[in-house]
Structures are given as structure tokens and as C-alpha cells.
Ligand binder design. Structure first.
Ligand code: PEP
Ligand code: MG
Length: 270
């Protein structure tokens, strides 16, 4: 909906955006409560170089600069409202045409492959650079920048990511949340709550794909892809119920968040 049509007034539910390019940034920041998902992949695509190549060639500083330059204007516009920056979640086929993209592994199922937190833990230098960028932004007073981990399937991944954050010296005021976009994360949510995850956000695109066994990119089965499937909705409800018990904030950053019917269901679920 056009921003002008958003009614004034307070809601208990925070209205956030997914930001890609900082278009009409001031206006958007004024009308919303935060950034629920900031994807760094667009900054990387614009830079033309794969972060794995930068890190391999001891050019982590270049990667840090790309991230700071990309995140800073958005954090500035939103300050003090929170922005949740997602750590790298590029599939191996996604950045093939970037410099260094040819060196990416060939995978039969990149969507189910080496991306998100699993890759970050295999290549911690990339993750360290991302944490370093957030650390420097905090040092500049942009304390509204927080971190979100994609494609998590186990508490161990959260733990290991936190260890790396600590190694880098990420201040403890930086919240580290996880995306709930695998049935594994949704169904073991209580373990993440016990571990003290700072917040969770539904990646309903992947959660739907993985729950229904329906490739997001396959137009042949696009008619089967629905976040409204009861198996998806029950996982959402389950996660909301458990996170509420532990007083942990839940959010949505998949496309379904912009579906009014889904919004009604989620608000009603609390
Ligand atoms: C999702 O899976 O819902 C999500 C927000 O992440 P992406 O679309 O980038 O996989
Ligand atoms: Mg996803």
C-alpha cells in the first residue's frame, strides 16, 4: 500500500519493512517501526565481488567497508529504531557472475545447500567481517543495528555464531536473533528459547518451501506453494506460543508478512 495510506496511531504489533535499496529512505523510516530484514546480498551484488574471494585474498577490510557503506545510511535514518541485518545468505548459484563466483561449488540443490549459517560457520572469516562491520557501526553510535542468522537448524549453530561474535568483540548490546525458516528450527524452538536467543523472525518463504517440499523457484508447482497450508500455520503458531512463554520477540520477514490474511492470523496469535 502507498505509505500515505498507512493510518496514524499506535499498534502493539510493530510494523517493519524489508529493505533492499534505500529508496525513499527517510519517508519509509518515518512511517515504520524498524527494519525486520536487511539483506546484505544486494550490497554485495553491487560491489561485484564475492565476499568469499575478498576474504580468501586477505581483503576482509574491503568487505567490511561494503557492509558499513550499505548499512550505515539505513541505520542512520532509522536510529533509534532497530534494524536487523541478516548475515550472508547467498546460495552458491546466486553470485555466479560476480568476481570469484566461478569458484563457488556446483550444487544440485543450492536452495538446500551450502548457504546461511551453515556456510558462515564453515567460513568464519566472512562472518567475522560481518560482525566487525556491526561492531564498528555501534562504535559510531549506531546502536540500533542488530544481527539475524539465516537458515538455522540447531542450537549448536547459534552457540557457535555467538562464540565468533565474542571473538570479534561484538558488544553484548547487539542482539543476535535467528530466522525460523526451517521446520527444524520451528519444531525445536523451545531449545532456542532456553538458550536465550534474543529474537526470532519467520522466513516464511523457506519455511513454506521446506515444509511442503515445494521448490520456491519452480513455476511448475507454484500453485502448491502456500504459506496458508495448515502445516506452515501450525509451526508459526507453535513458535509464537513458545516464544511468548519466554518473553522473546517474534516477527516475520518472509513475503507472507505482506499478506493481510497472514497479518490477521499472526496478530491474533499474539
Ligand atoms: C525467507 O526465506 O522467508 C526469507 C525472508 O529469506 P529469503 O527469501 O532471502 O530466503
Ligand atoms: Mg530464507
Amino acid at each position: 500500500a502507498p505509505l500515505e495510506s498507512v493510518p496514524a496511531g499506535e499498534t502493539v504489533t510493530k510494523i517493519k519493512v524489508n529493505l533492499v535499496f534505500p529508496d525513499r529512505l527517510q519517508e519509509v523510516a518515518q512511517h515504520t517501526d524498524g527494519v525486520g530484514l536487511l539483506r546484505i546480498e544486494h550490497m554485495i551484488a553491487k560491489s561485484g565481488i564475492h565476499p568469499a574471494k575478498l576474504v580468501r585474498e586477505n581483503r576482509a577490510e574491503d568487505y567490511i567497508k561494503i557492509l558499513i557503506d550499505g548499512i550505515k545510511p539505513i541505520a542512520d535514518a532509522y536510529k533509534p529504531k532497530p534494524i536487523w541485518v541478516r548475515t550472508l545468505d547467498a546460495r552458491s548459484d546466486e553470485f555466479r557472475n560476480l568476481q570469484g563466483g566461478q569458484d563457488e561449488p556446483k550444487e544440485d540443490n543450492p536452495m538446500l545447500g551450502w548457504h546461511g549459517i551453515r556456510r558462515s560457520l564453515d567460513e568464519p572469516e566472512i562472518l567475522k567481517a560481518e560482525f566487525e562491520a556491526v561492531k564498528r557501526l555501534h562504535a559510531e553510535g549506531l546502536t540500533n543495528v542488530h544481527v539475524m542468522l539465516p537458515f538455522v537448524i540447531s542450537v549448536d549453530e547459534l552457540r557457535r555464531a555467538r562464540e565468533i561474535a565474542e571473538e570479534v568483540g561484538l558488544p553484548s548490546e547487539v542482539l543476535i536473533g535467528i530466522m525460523i525458516e526451517t521446520p527444524a528450527a520451528a519444531l525445536t524452538i523451545e531449545e532456542f528459547c532456553k538458550e536465550g536467543v534474543d529474537f526470532v523472525s519467520f522466513g516464511s518463504n523457506d519455511l513454506t518451501m521446506l515444509t511442503l517440499g515445494t521448490d520456491r523457484n519452480n513455476t511448475k508447482i507454484a500453485n502448491l506453494f502456500s504459506e496458508m497450508h495448515p502445516a506452515v500455520l501450525r509451526q508459526l503458531k507453535h513458535v509464537i506460543d513458545i516464544t511468548k512463554n519466554y518473553n522473546i520477540e517474534s516477527s516475520i520477514c518472509g513475503e507472507a508478512g505482506s499478506n493481510p490474511e497472514m497479518a490477521k492470523i499472526l496478530v491474533k496469535a499474539g
